[in-house]
Ligand binder design. Structure first.
Ligand code: ADP
Ligand code: TRP
Length: 322
């Protein structure tokens, strides 16, 4: 199987991104031919400060590598290094109906939130279709929220084939990551950078500790049993506690006698235990930009080699031959 997915460099990586997406991406590298990219052209639809986009993109690359993406096994690249992607996007946009894009939930949601939509936000799913189709991907691991975009991709394939009476693309299947836990944020809502309730994977230790200590809890006294239902602290402890401490977590809630402050300190300890090595590696990669750039350049070269025959074929079908 050829697997492809992308992550937008639109902020810093948090533990929700890891447990909900990146962990699964990295696992797939052992069984399939994987292509993962930093969707910086997509992030441009919302990030409008150049230095932010550059920094987020570099840190996302370092994050993928620090968390275990092996560039010998999976191809890691930056979307903007592949000029054929926006070229294919344009070609696809000429067979994509306005109605198809107007029906997209993520676009409608943004408009409903009061965001003044730009053309890039409207055309976002067509760029996504180009990302996927250009590498001939069969399988696209994504969160539930992206399922509709995969359907749009499939519709665009059908429309291209019908318009030109010629086959060019593989129909991709989504691999919906819906059995993964939704990681709660500090305030109990879904962890998301747009809610400001995240725990950053690679933030400075002091800042992470402060964030963990600020997880919202109720006023149950130390001696009393604590409610688990709706407790972000309980969910996070379950996610992080090593097998040997799971019983301790259950008892601390069921029997009481352990204060929330102590539980949060434990959680911080588990976090450092689990992510300590990745955090050190991230800092090394951050200090040595050359290495990350070398990996991204090699990734881009590999992708451009892989996509060349398909792009030739598509150009010939549409009549762009020189
Ligand atoms: P954010 O909500 O912080 O903007 P993104 O939308 O950039 O995060 O998410 C990138 C990936 O991480 C997506 O695949 C998404 O499903 C996953 N993800 C984000 N937040 C969570 C969460 N709290 N729990 C599980 N998965 C998450
Ligand atoms: N839209 C995806 C997200 O926000 C990121 C993305 C861009 C992507 N292009 C893609 C995911 C192609 C899968 C395939 O999570």
């Amino acid at each position: 199987m050829r697997v492809l997915s992308g992550v937008q460099p639109s902020g810093t990586l948090h533990i929700g991104n890891y447990f909900g997406a990146i962990r699964q991406f990295i696992e797939l590298q052992h069984e399939h031919e994987c292509f993962y990219f930093l969707a910086d052209l997509h992030a441009l639809t919302t990030v409008h400060r150049g230095e932010d986009l550059t920094g987020f993109t570099r840190d996302l690359a370092a994050g993928f590598l620090a968390l275990g993406l092996d560039p010998e096994k999976a191809v890691l690249y930056r979307q903007s290094d592949i000029p054929e992607i926006p070229e294919l996007m344009w070609i696809l946009s000429t067979v994509t109906s306005m109605g198809l894009l107007q029906r997209c939930h993520s676009f409608k949601d943004k408009v409903a939130q009061g965001i003044v939509p730009n053309h890039g936000l409207f055309a976002y799913p067509v760029l996504m279709a180009a990302d996927i189709l250009i590498v001939d991907a069969n399988l696209v691991p994504v969160g539930k929220d992206q399922k509709q975009h995969l359907e749009v991709t499939r519709d665009i394939v059908a429309s291209f084939h019908a318009t030109y009476g010629a086959e060019a693309f593989t129909l991709p299947e989504p691999l919906i990551l819906d059995d993964v836990a939704v990681v709660p944020g500090l305030d109990g809502r879904k962890m998301s950078k747009s809610y400001g309730n995240t725990i950053d994977l690679f933030g400075p230790e002091k800042a992470v500790r402060k964030r963990i200590m600020s997880i919202v809890t109720d006023s149950t006294p130390v001696e009393a049993p604590k409610p688990k239902e709706g407790s972000a602290l309980y969910e996070l402890l379950k996610l992080f506690a090593p097998a040997s401490d799971r019983e301790w977590v259950e008892k601390a809630f069921d029997e009481g006698g352990v204060g929330y402050g102590e539980m949060k300190k434990r959680l911080f300890g588990y976090f450092i235990e689990q992510f300590g090595p990745a955090r050190s590696r991230f800092n090394e990669l951050r200090a040595d930009r050359g290495e990350v750039e070398r990996i991204l350049s090699a990734g881009a070269a590999r992708v451009r080699e892989v996509i060349a025959p398909l792009m030739d074929h598509v150009r010939r079908i549409v009549g762009i031959t020189h």
